[in-house]
Design a protein around this ligand. Structure first.
Ligand code: SAH
Length: 263
């Protein structure tokens, strides 16, 4: 059987790629992906054939990958984060129906909600909803309805695709909906370039989120009514009953997060 792997490579840092993803890519002849993601991994998997396409060329990329696998090459399609979360796993499985001789295997990756959540602390410690603000494939009315429902139900909310050059006011529009149901001091945060050079994170109240400088490399977190700021961390309590121990949380932000690597 011809093999096609759909691999989530995590946010970008090689250390955040699963061992399964690394083993699969090591065993592949051909790696297919969007330019930006391929550039993140190329140095770790030299000597492979790379098929690289630009943004918005998803269907073409999937067909090329399926054809490569059908021709007998062990092929992997790489996506950032997890390939099933606003990624290409679904499209490949749909198009794969026309390639019965190709067996498709999906390998999970660390999605931005989780890698970004770890940067902020523990913002998703209770029920949460993930919503993309991109209206390229989803009508804005539907996005707005989901934002409203998640806000009303007091879910923590993680927003993907919060902004792009053409959609600069989408986060603002989302905030207008969220503010109808959540207090202005609801703890929020956003993380830019998770696991990549220049990673940065910010905590702020919901009242300030509409004006935050976010872009397409940012993931946004909106706390629920219980979410707290503990030192520099954003924490949504799981609900464990606590006994007062005094003391203070020691912060480790920015560069310090990688201290263990040097030790
Ligand atoms: N499959 C990806 C999501 C693709 S949608 C995943 O599972 O993570 C693209 C959106 O994901 C971006 O607009 C951003 O909101 C988020 N994202 C992906 N990688 C990111 C990173 N390294 N840093 C910050 N946000 C990221």
């Amino acid at each position: 059987m011809n093999q096609l792997f759909v691999v989530g490579i995590g946010p970008g840092d090689y250390l955040k790629m699963t061992q399964e993803a690394v083993r699969i890519l090591e065993a592949c002849d051909t790696i297919v992906g969007y330019t930006v993601y391929v550039d993140l991994i190329r140095e770790y998997f030299p000597g492979r054939e790379y098929i690289v396409t630009g943004m918005r060329r998803e269907e073409e990329r999937c067909r090329m990958a399926l054809e490569s696998a059908a021709s007998g090459k062990r092929t992997a399609v790489v996506c950032s984060g997890d390939a099933g979360v606003y990624g290409m796993a679904g499209l490949l499985l749909e198009l794969g129906q026309a390639f019965p001789a190709v067996e498709i295997t999906v390998a999970a990756g660390v999605t931005a909600a989780l890698s970004g959540g770890a940067v902020l602390g523990a913002p998703l410690g209770h029920d949460f909803a993930v919503i993309s603000l991109s209206d390229l494939l989803t009508p804005w009315e539907q996005i707005a309805r989901r934002l409203q429902a998640a806000a009303q139900a007091d879910f923590c909310i993680c927003l993907y695709n919060p902004s792009s050059r053409k959609r600069q006011d989408y986060l603002k529009r989302a905030c207008e909906i969220l503010m109808q149901y959540r207090k202005p001091d609801t703890v929020c945060g956003y993380v830019r370039s998770i696991g990549r050079e220049g990673e940065s994170s910010t905590l702020l109240p919901l009242s300030g989120l509409a004006e935050a400088a976010v872009d397409m490399f940012t993931t946004v977190f909106i706390g629920n009514s219980q979410t707290e700021r503990i030192g520099g961390y954003m924490v949504t309590p799981r609900g464990y009953p606590l006994h007062d121990q005094g003391g203070e949380v020691v912060l480790s932000g920015g560069e310090d997060r990688c201290k263990w690597r040097k030790e």
